[in-house]
Design a protein around this ligand. Structure first.
Ligand code: SF4
Ligand code: SF4
Length: 510
């Protein structure tokens, strides 16, 4: 496959990736405390199944999924649960999350693992179930439960695309994984292809990662269903829809899914996690995270246990520079600002970016929109960002929706080119949250209305039943009175007849 296509818009950005790729992936020590959030995926949080004081083993499930869109969480090392409490979370809302705090015992003792049957002999539903139990979610940052993506109900999947584009500046964890551990990705690809019954697998990598491309190509040479494809460097080519457009020329329909084109897209690190889960029975308890930016002394990539405080990783990366002033989980375009470095690593933590004032010096000088249209030119989903901005400012939620706000992938292209430095994405996130809030209020009001209607109906039914019972009792008692009267009348009649007969007998005697 060589023909490639382009998607609308996009921007060329400085990569800043080389600063974190000069040294191999290092491994973080087990921290003094592990802070494992129960909510680490899209969907419902896991339900805690351990208690304070309980000993847990490495790989033991500590939070189970109770809904379909959810993922379980596991103990990253052996130790004792010392608390279950609210803790700052690596989440856009910034709200505290329920966290299981484990004091590791240093033994790193695994839960007993039974040997697995031959993966190729398992059917796709068994594979999906094992992937689900291992708590695998998309490691590109979206954290969508992987087993759902591997369940293409009603579709014959032609191609599984493994996304190794890693287009956002500074992030290099996938690049380093592809360079150093290509076999893990390919073994995961085999399992995912088997689960999907897909004809082929394409691993797509931006052409600014020649080492990663060479590394995977060397492994892929003898595999006829696998193709490693280099793609042009333009942001946000790693977006699911943009990547599909580049590789196939096809557009995923608005409100649709890649499945509608018989395609499935997963991240390369997710494939490696699937390999660990099925070939080594290791649930998702660690990940590679890039620790980088001008605010750390020695940017690098670290494999850390989920639950490790970010402060430990900063130390491994040589500590803060003197002017470090902002922490971002993710990249500079789509990442979320963290309030504290006590925040733990979660499954979605692909990067910890430490910035200095020089990195965000333009943010303070926001000016009015001059209607230049630059934001429209770069939008990869053909939205009208300046219009959306007006509607967000005016809290015009209906127009925001009718202008497809929810197609916005929050890539930040519009914000970065805006000469007035308007933080457009922040307005769009705000607009989306207002619409969700309104929808939730509507749902709540609807539920309350239905509850009230049901209550009124119940009271009316009880009233009607009581009335009917009363009427039935009255009828029964009236019937009883009538019967009594009938009996009394019959007795009176019998008495009268007896008297009459006696009189008649007396008359005969005379
Ligand atoms: S780029 Fe900025 S100034 Fe130009 S139209 Fe868009 S919002 Fe307005
Ligand atoms: S953030 Fe949204 S509106 Fe702005 S360019 Fe990206 S997709 Fe378009």
């Amino acid at each position: 496959m060589t023909r490639l296509y382009t998607f609308p818009g996009g921007v060329k950005l400085k990569g800043h990736k080389a600063i974190s790729t000069s040294q191999p992936i290092s491994k973080a020590d087990i921290p003094a405390r592990l802070f494992v959030p129960l909510n680490q995926s899209i969907g419902s949080p896991a339900e805690c199944i351990v208690e304070k004081g309980q000993r847990v083993l490495k790989g033991q499930m500590i939070g189970r999924a109770t809904e379909y869109v959810a993922a379980p969480v596991h103990a990253p090392s052996s130790g004792t649960v010392i608390d279950i409490q609210k803790f700052p979370a690596a989440h856009a809302s910034g709200l505290p999350n329920d966290v299981v705090i484990i004091k590791p015992d240093g033994k790193d003792e695994w839960l007993e693992r039974k040997p697995l049957p031959d993966i190729t002999k398992l059917d796709s539903s068994e594979l999906r179930n094992m992937i689900r139990c291992a708590g695998i979610v998309g490691l590109g940052g979206a954290a969508f439960p992987t087993f759902i993506k591997l369940n293409p109900v009603g579709h014959q999947i032609s191609t599984l695309i493994l996304n190794g584009a890693e287009c956002e500046p500074y992030i290099s964890c996938d690049d380093m994984l592809m360079r150093e551990r290509p076999h893990e990705i390919i073994e995961g690809a085999k399992i995912m292809r088997h689960a999907l019954d897909a004809r082929q697998v394409i691993i797509a990598i931006e052409e600014n990662k020649p080492e990663a491309i060479a590394s995977l190509q060397a492994f892929a040479e003898d595999i006829n269903w696998l193709h490693v494809q280099s793609i042009p460097v333009i942001y946000p080519t790693g977006g699911e829809r943009q990547l599909i457009k580049v590789l196939t020329g096809k557009d995923v329909p608005s409100h649709g899914l890649p499945l509608d084109l018989d395609l499935v897209v997963n991240n390369v690190a997710t494939a490696a996690a699937v390999h660990h889960a099925l070939d080594h029975q290791q649930p998702l308890i660690s990940r590679i995270i890039t620790v980088t930016g001008s605010g750390v002394r020695s940017p690098c990539n670290i494999e850390a246990l989920i639950g490790t405080p970010m402060s430990d990783l900063i130390e491994m990366a040589g500590g803060y520079t003197e002017d470090a002033d902002r922490l971002i989980m993710g990249g500079p375009m789509m990442g979320i600002t963290l309030k504290t470095d006590a925040t733990p690593v979660v499954k979605a933590s692909n990067c910890l970016l430490v910035q200095t004032p020089a990195d965000h010096s333009t943010e303070a000088i926001t000016r009015p929109c001059i209607r230049c249209g630059e934001c429209v030119k770069v939008c990869p989903v053909k939205l009208l960002p300046q219009q959306l901005y007006w509607f967000s400012q005016a809290k015009n939620l209906d127009d925001l929706q009718s202008h497809n706000l929810f197609d916005c992938i929050e890539c930040g292209c519009c914000s970065i080119v805006c000469p007035s430095h308007i933080p457009l994405v922040q307005y769009f996130r705000y607009g989306k949250s207002e619409i969700w809030k309104k929808e939730q209020e509507t749902i709540r009001a609807d539920r309350a209305r239905k509850r009230t209607e049901a209550k009124i109906q119940r009271l009316e039914r009880i009233k009607a039943e009581k009335k009917a019972q009363h009427a039935a009792r009255a009828k029964k008692s009236a019937a009883g009175a009538d019967r009594k009267k009938e009996i009394q009348a019959a007795v009176a009649r019998a008495k009268a007849k007896k008297t009459e007969n006696a009189d008649h007998t007396e008359n005969l005697d005379m």
